[in-house]
Design a protein around this ligand. Structure first.
Ligand SMILES: Nc1nc2c(ncn2[C@@H]2O[C@H](COP(=O)(O)OP(=O)(O)OP(=O)(O)O)[C@@H](O)[C@H]2O)c(=O)[nH]1
Length: 365
């Protein structure tokens, strides 16, 4: 028998890790980075919110980690071009790793991110999308899928599920069997093909999500057309100048790289506010405030994160809240690092001054 074996692709696989705010992306990423799975991984992170908290929460490792802080990766041409620049940097020493994970912000539509890899020929030639992996928070997703404020218009929680090649229902410890069954039925209506996995704290069989070659380019191509993204493979072949100015309409300039998107924005009612204090907090006062405040307003406040200096304690404290569920606990020692406290609140109807006033009231005397 004459067996023909296709040579393995030499292209670098990319996993896009997405999921709504607080669904468990960083938790899964940390699990991946600490598991022995045989992949050498580089990570690109994009966070919603001007103060970076996530990089403090990603476990230190030998992997390369790039933070992209200057806006949402799916909305802005500049940020997607930055992504391409980061990719080029990574590709210049690609012997150091064999897989790239791009963690999107919790409000990102993964499609423009996936598309970004196709529109630059030099990157497209060297990488391939392995899968869009979407995490779903089993406890909180319903209020975002059926968000009355969005009234059916551009809903990122829905877009993330529709685009997925793998769906991971996370936080199953917080949901009963019946709720999980009906959630999976709703997810299946939005996405007929992606395998649905269940887990807690991102502990999944990684062979189901890394190196799966599960990406459906046809979906992204379709959506790219709707978003008016140029995915013409030939754009560098014409020998035109490559122009990165999205406002330029010179007919001889190639805008394949800096494709002009039709206005695409997140739910404009969702805002992010960051607060940084050089002082230490009274840990008990702060814990009580957070529990009460989020208990009262946690329907509107989707996500709260922080790194906090607590008076008379050597350790830095990590604040993690998703809606009303608050987790505030000590982590490792500050060591030589300068102590400071930073918080990010993301949600609707945020009272910036009120939050600032309340936080200041919890500072140590
Ligand atoms: N109970 C429970 N909590 C979880 C689980 N997975 C993650 N969490 C917690 O949920 C919170 C948010 O997790 P992250 O991994 O930071 O979520 P994320 O998607 O990276 O959040 P953003 O980047 O802000 O969108 C943290 O407090 C986690 O410890 C889980 O399976 N069960």
């Amino acid at each position: 028998m004459n067996t023909h074996i296709e040579p393995a692709s030499q292209k670098l696989p990319i996993t896009i890790l997405t999921g709504f705010l607080g669904s468990g992306k960083t938790t899964l990423l940390n699990y991946i980075l600490t598991e022995r799975h045989g992949h050498r991984i580089a990570v690109i992170e994009n966070e919603f919110g001007e103060v970076d908290v996530d990089s403090d929460l990603v476990l230190a490792s030998d992997e390369e980690i790039f933070q992209m802080q200057n806006g949402c990766i799916c909305c802005f041409v500049d940020v997607r071009n930055d992504l391409i620049d980061v990719m080029k940097k990574l590709l210049s020493h690609k012997d150091k790793f064999d897989h790239i994970i791009v963690e999107t912000s919790g409000l990102a539509d993964p499609t423009p991110v996936a598309t970004a890899f196709f529109v630059d020929r030099s990157v497209a030639d060297e990488v391939e999308l392995d899968a869009i992996v979407t995490l779903v928070d089993a406890m909180h997703i319903d209020q975002h899928l059926y968000d009355p404020v969005l009234d059916g218009s551009d809903n990122q929680a829905v877009n993330q599920i529709v685009a997925a090649d793998r769906i991971i229902v996370n936080k199953i410890d917080l949901a009963g069997e019946e709720a999980l069954g009906s959630l999976e039925a709703s997810l299946r209506k939005l996405n007929q093909t992606a395998p649905i996995l269940r887990c807690s704290y991102g502990v999944v069989d990684l062979s189901n999500i890394l190196g799966v070659n599960g990406f459906r380019p046809s979906y992204v191509r379709e959506r790219a057309e709707i978003l008016d993204i140029d995915m013409d493979d030939d754009h560098d072949a014409h020998g035109h100048d490559e122009c990165h100015d999205a406002a330029c309409d010179h007919p001889d300039h190639d805008h394949g790289h800096a494709s002009v998107l039709r206005p695409h924005s997140h739910d404009a009612t969702v805002k992010s506010h960051s607060f940084v204090y050089p002082h230490s907090f009274d840990g008990e006062k702060l814990a009580t405030f957070l529990k009460d405040y989020l208990g009262e307003r946690g329907d509107d406040i989707f996500r709260t994160k922080g790194i906090v200096s607590v008076a008379n304690d050597e350790r830095f404290f990590v604040l993690q809240a998703v809606h009303k569920l608050v987790d505030f606990r000590p982590d490792h020692s500050w060591g030589e690092d300068t102590r400071k406290s930073k918080f990010v609140f993301i949600g609707r109807n945020l009272d910036r001054d009120g939050i600032d006033r309340n936080l200041r009231a919890c500072l140590a005397a």
